[in-house]
Design a protein around this ligand. Structure first.
Ligand SMILES: Nc1ncnc2c1ncn2[C@@H]1O[C@H](COP(=O)(O)OP(=O)(O)OP(=O)(O)O)[C@@H](O)[C@H]1O
Length: 306
């Protein structure tokens, strides 16, 4: 798998705060990587360093396996960025705004504008003034701008922020399309995990400048699924029996008296019979689950107390 972004103990200190502390993230080709963290967690700082808008204090990073300043400048040409909302001219049309930026950035080929407006679904609105667009359309115009240099990587800082539910769906679908059809790798930040949960293929959780967890969407889903929590007098003995007698594979011994069972085919009756017939005292058996937001809160809470 090709690595697109890799950071090594990336750190950034300002006068009065450490915005990033030893951050190691790994983004591979084709990923939609959700960078999630509360306000002030360090998301924008990280994205600004990757895009060359800010300098790191310690550590290093690679973009498309390149790390020298000269190479980074070259590979950044393959990157589309939205960090602060680009300032468009309210009285100019969608097309004219795009043309202004195309010329300013020295991108050849006027026909690129129509192409990219079609890709983000704004072609029909190309004669509309910017001030008459919905917020979702304005965000899509920002994306069109980021797409103008036909990037392999998009770096987007909170592009969903402030959108209404239908605007969120529009942007999500668009990002999914760009990722699937054009194989564009996407690094996208948000302070709301559930906003990314329908599109991200992997996540990095930032809290107070530290990466507290990096995991795939599949692993996050597993962590958030429902499970049976069994309280018994001897959890290790029950664990061995679950495996040998019932063929369960997905369980976790939490402590001397607690096991969590994740197997899809788990049966509370089967487990209680197994415990009783093997003289293991059964104290409790509860179906539990954790949703995405609770998982996120627990992750942030754990990190806060660390
Ligand atoms: N130019 C700066 N000078 C001093 N401190 C800064 C500067 N930029 C950011 N910070 C601090 O660095 C920390 C991380 O900020 P950053 O903007 O990266 O967080 P964020 O996760 O993007 O938050 P938000 O979601 O609010 O944008 C914060 O404590 C912030 O106050």
């Amino acid at each position: 798998m090709k690595e697109v972004i890799k950071t090594y103990k990336l750190s950034k200190s300002y006068k009065n705060c450490n915005a990033l502390i030893d951050v190691n993230i790994n983004v591979n080709q084709g990923d939609i990587y959700g960078l999630v963290g509360n306000n002030g967690a360090g998301k924008t700082t990280l994205l600004k360093i990757l895009t060359g808008q800010s300098q790191l204090s310690r550590g290093s990073f690679e973009l498309f396996s390149k790390s020298s300043e000269k190479d980074l400048n070259l590979v950044r040409k393959r990157t589309g960025v939205i960090i602060e909302t680009p300032s468009f001219y309210p009285k100019l049309t969608v097309f004219k705004n795009m043309e202004y930026y195309r010329l300013q950035r020295g991108i050849p080929g006027k026909e690129k504008i129509d192409k990219v407006l079609k890709e983000v679904g704004l072609y029909e609105a190309k004669k509309k003034k910017f001030e008459d667009l919905s917020l979702g359309m304005k965000q899509r115009l920002g994306l069109a701008l980021a797409m103008m240099n036909e990037p392999d990587l998009l770096i987007l800082d909170e592009p969903i922020n402030g959108l209404d539910p239908s605007g969120i769906i529009e942007i999500r679908n668009l990002l999914l399309k760009l990722n699937k059809e054009k194989n564009i790798t996407i690094l996208i930040s948000s302070h709301i995990l559930t906003e990314l949960s329908n599109i991200a293929t992997c996540y990095g959780f930032l809290n107070k400048g530290r990466l507290v967890e990096e995991l795939s969407a599949k692993d996050l889903e597993k962590k958030c699924q429902s499970f049976l929590e069994v309280k018994v007098t001897n959890s290790k003995k029950l664990a061995a029996l679950l495996e040998q007698n019932l063929g369960y594979k997905e369980f976790k011994v939490i402590s001397e008296d607690v096991i969590q069972v994740f197997d899809i085919n788990r049966s509370p009756e089967e487990i209680s019979e197994l415990a009783i017939s093997n003289k293991i005292g059964l104290m409790a058996l509860d179906e539990k689950s954790i949703d995405l937001e609770s998982y996120y809160m627990s992750l942030m809470g754990v990190a806060e107390n660390a």
